[in-house]
Ligand binder design. Structure first.
Ligand code: C5P
Length: 290
């Protein structure tokens, strides 16, 4: 029996800069990354049920809807930890965020499930408790609970809010292959990194609302360790810059690349141009929150 339902949007993120500053004893890496939410989002409908089961449906047939889907794991974790194992949940996920793109598609769905079930259940968990649960699901989930522009350190779960991004057009293009996050972390040799982002300078540009300066400061250390088969990432970056982007960079562990434009028409032309070669192209804007 369905008790109630809620509909939510789950925004994608982009990494304006991404640095990895150390390896931790727990096998994870120390991060220093600036993330921002964009208007590309998945849509979720959640229902609480009384049968103790978590069920999911997704518009994309290749997305798993069993316990390997992070959104399903989020629902189970929430119901168990809030002392409601007899309750279940039905999740309907309409995916628009490309999978394996470095845009936190899975993490943002999981965060939306935590927010939505908490609302349906009468807010039993504080924001801090939800973030704690989110951290158990994945390093990006705490950020996805609040979104907006933020500096993330630690595993990615230590968050400091930053001023919103200046309004601009963001063209996102994902080549036809996903990139595995653990695989790319495995290729990092911190002693051999040739270049690091100047995160403080990027934060200064954000504070000044200076889009060209911000775009010039964007950098992602993972671009340096991409396998040869990922050459399309560099090709898309070059195309975005040729087409008028103020700056272009890979997001997260890829494979999507985005460019920032101050000219909406140029951004539209860039998306159309790139779409001739890569199907997953989007024109989106920064959003302030989830
Ligand atoms: O936290 P999450 O499950 O999203 O991380 C996926 C994988 O990415 C981890 O298993 C690990 O290999 C790598 N990772 C890391 N350091 C981080 C975040 C992720 O090494 N801070």
């Amino acid at each position: 029996m369905a008790y109630d339902r809620v509909e939510l949007r789950a925004c994608a993120k982009i990494n304006l800069s991404l640095d990895v500053t150390g390896k931790r004893p727990d096998g994870y890496h120390e991060m220093k990354t600036v993330m921002a939410s964009v208007s590309l989002c998945d849509e979720l409908t959640l229902r609480l049920t009384g049968d103790g089961q978590v069920r999911a449906a997704c518009n994309l047939p290749y997305v798993p809807t069993d316990g390997s889907n992070l959104a399903c794991r989020a629902a189970r974790l929430f119901l168990d930890r809030t002392g409601r194992p007899e309750l279940g949940a039905e999740l309907e996920i309409r995916k628009r965020i490309p999978v394996g793109a470095g845009m936190a598609g899975g993490s943002t769905d999981a965060a939306a499930v935590l927010r939505g079930l908490n609302a349906l259940a009468g807010e039993p968990l504080s924001a801090a408790a939800l973030a704690e649960l989110g951290g158990e699901l994945g390093s990006d989930v705490p950020y996805c609970l609040t979104g907006g522009t933020a500096l993330a350190t630690g595993r990615g779960e230590v968050l400091s809010p930053l001023p919103p991004m200046p309004d601009c057009a963001v063209v996102v293009c994902k080549p036809g292959f996903p990139i595995s996050t653990p695989m790319l972390f495995g290729r990092l040799d911190l002693k051999k990194l040739r270049c690091r982002p100047d995160t403080d300078a990027l934060c200064d540009a954000l504070a000044a609302g200076d889009l060209p300066r911000l775009a010039r400061r964007m950098y992602n250390v993972f671009e340096d360790v991409l396998p040869r088969r990922c050459a399309a990432v560099g090709e898309i970056k070059t195309r975005l810059l040729d087409l008028g982007a103020l700056g272009a960079v890979m997001t997260g562990t890829g494979s999507a690349v985005f460019g920032l434009f101050d000219d909406e028409d140029a951004a539209q032309r860039a998306r159309e141009d790139l779409r001739a070669d890569w199907r997953d192209c989007f024109l989106v804007r920064p959003v302030n929150g989830v």
